[in-house]
Unconditional design. Structure first.
Length: 172
């Protein structure tokens, strides 16, 4: 956020990467590997690519991406453009898709009120052939499980009585 505030919304991926690489805070996993790569001259998107970053599929970007949807409320294409500039600094593949999904959820929530539509629109930016998409849609064939309260439970649900849990099917 600080980089966008100081450099403007149109700042380049390289400018963001330089700020990220030399910021004074601790990082771990994909973020730490991305920072190391940039400091060694491996610039984005290669800094987040799985060939250069063994943590490329980790959830680092997913944890951080909410701010992107808040910066682009109801503007999904703009949110995805910002997500691409930021997320590929430290992630690629499913690691990137998780963050893009979170940014899309936040952005879409400004113009949609139905949780199912919010999730559907957010999933629309994720490649259908990706593992992230297939895991996110395995519960009903097209949607993550949503409780009757409208709250998103997770990517797959198992029912025990009336309780529902998010549990990847791969374990069963």
């Amino acid at each position: 956020m600080e980089a966008f505030q100081e450099l403007g919304l149109e700042c380049s991926q390289l400018e963001l990467a330089q700020r990220f690489a030399y910021a004074d805070y601790h990082l771990a996993h994909a973020n730490q590997a991305g920072r190391y790569n940039i400091r060694q001259g491996i610039l984005p998107p290669e800094s987040g690519h799985w060939l250069n970053n063994p943590h490329a599929d980790d959830l680092d970007f997913q944890i951080e991406a909410d701010f992107i949807g808040l910066m682009a409320p109801g503007m999904l294409p703009q949110a995805m453009e910002i997500a691409s500039r930021v997320g590929h600094i430290m992630n690629s593949g499913d690691g990137f898709y998780g963050g893009a999904f979170v940014a899309a959820l936040y952005s879409t929530a400004f113009c949609e009120t139905d949780p199912k539509r919010i999730v559907e629109k957010a999933l629309s930016v994720i490649p259908a052939e990706s593992t992230f998409f297939s895991v996110s849609t395995m519960s009903s064939g097209s949607m993550p499980c949503i409780r009757r309260t409208g709250k998103i439970v997770g990517t797959s649900c198992r029912r025990s009585g009336t309780a529902m849990w998010a549990v990847p099917k791969v374990y069963f």
